[in-house]
Every structure is written in C-alpha cells, then in structure tokens.
Design a protein around this ligand. Sequence first.
Ligand code: PGA
Length: 256
Amino acid sequence: MRKPMMAGNWKLNMGPTEAEALATEIKQLVSSNGVDCVVCPPFVSLPAVAQGLAGTGVAVGAQNVYHEDSGAFTGEVSAPMLLGLAEYVIIGHSERRQYFHESDADVNKKIKATLKHGLTPIVCVGESLEQNEAGETQSFVSGQVRGALDGISAEQVVSLVIAYEPIWAIGTGRAATSEQAGDICGNVVRQTVAELYGSAVAEQVRVLYGGSTKPGNIAEIMQQADIDGALIGGASLSAGSYADMVRITGEVYGAL
Ligand code: PGA
C-alpha cells in the first residue's frame, strides 16, 4: 500500500518569524500517524522551519528550484543549496507555469536536477477551466505528465510524487468532486505513468490531489483508491486545520 502524504504549500506567505511560529504550532498539534507530512515554506523561511521541525515526523519542502547547480543566474536557488534544509521540492505548480512561464521542458529539467541531488520532486499538473470545459482535461494532463517525465528512469519515477491540481479548483473553494479527482488521478495520471513504465511501476507512484482541500472534504477525497494524499494551499496555513487533515487521513487509511 502506498503511504499517504499531506503536503502543505505555504506559497508567498510566512516570512521567517511567522514561519517559525507556525512550525512550533505544527510540532505541537500534528501527529503523523502513518502519514508522510511535508510543509513547504518560502525559501527564506526554510532554515527556521527545518530547525523547528527537526526530529519531528514533519518533513520540509521547497516551492521551486533552478535546474543549474550554480552560476550566473541571479535570483535563483539550486538543488544542492537546499540540501539539509529540504527533502522535497514542489515543481511546476500551476502558479509557476502561469505567472513565471514555466514550460513542460523547464519542469523536466528541474525534476532531473532535484533527483540528481537526492531530493524528492512533487510534480504538479492540472488543466484550466477552459480546457476542462472544452473536454481537453485528459489529453492535456497526460501530455504534462509525459513532458515532465521525459528521460526519467523507472527507478527514479517510483520515488517521485505527482500532484493533480485542476487550476479551477485552486484557491477557489470549489474542489473537484472526489469522483472527478479520483478519475483523473487514476485514469489519466497513473494510467499515463503505466503507459510509459508499466503498471507495476505506476502502482508505486504517489498521486496527490490539490485544490480547495480542507478538513471537511479530505476524508471523501482520501477514500478514492487512486488518491494518495493532498497538496494543500490555504488550509495548510493554519496548524489546526493541517493537523486535522493529517489526523483524518490517518484514520481513513487505518480503516482500509
Ligand atoms: P488551495 O491550493 O488548497 O488553497 O486550493 C492548493 C495548491 O495550490 O497547491
């Protein structure tokens, strides 16, 4: 059975002082209970959060990375610079694709750089509302998965995490129904991995859902066979709601 994961994406929130306080609350409230817990603060807050959560069951991730290790790339942060501060890296979030013009090729390079340094990528895919309404979800999401995984070995694929996040569900309060989310996570994301690497490999890859998850809808989402966790935005900024989501996920899995 794949181990469930609750990953919090703090986005452009929580500078070092606030992040340290949130990490302290998380430490007090979160009991990982068979769930892989990850929080992803902004770069500048990684040291405070890594220190605050050291020795707890909660791991730390970055929200982005540059594909080169070093050099004349003003403003960027590389994978080797994250070692000791983060174990995971969110790659290709729709906000990065939309506002910072990251392409599937960029995402692919970042995944390779991340894996090269022993960090675990959380690779995001997901369609826009227009694509969804035009019936293009399956082909678009499958294409994103193929683009992200180009040149990645089967051995590497089993270690990474893919998050399906329909753009229309992010930060809107309008989550996909659990059936819709389960369908795309299974019949598109995992199925595409199976087409590329075979079903034995695809069965090992963790697929998360993201988009307006919260304590009130996480149990239903986690009951879907092909959903292995959530990438949580807004609800991860409160230690109480994040801890509730971890607890509920542990209960759902414990009962399976
Ligand atoms: P949300 O964000 O939970 O606030 O919808 C999810 C995400 O962008 O990862």
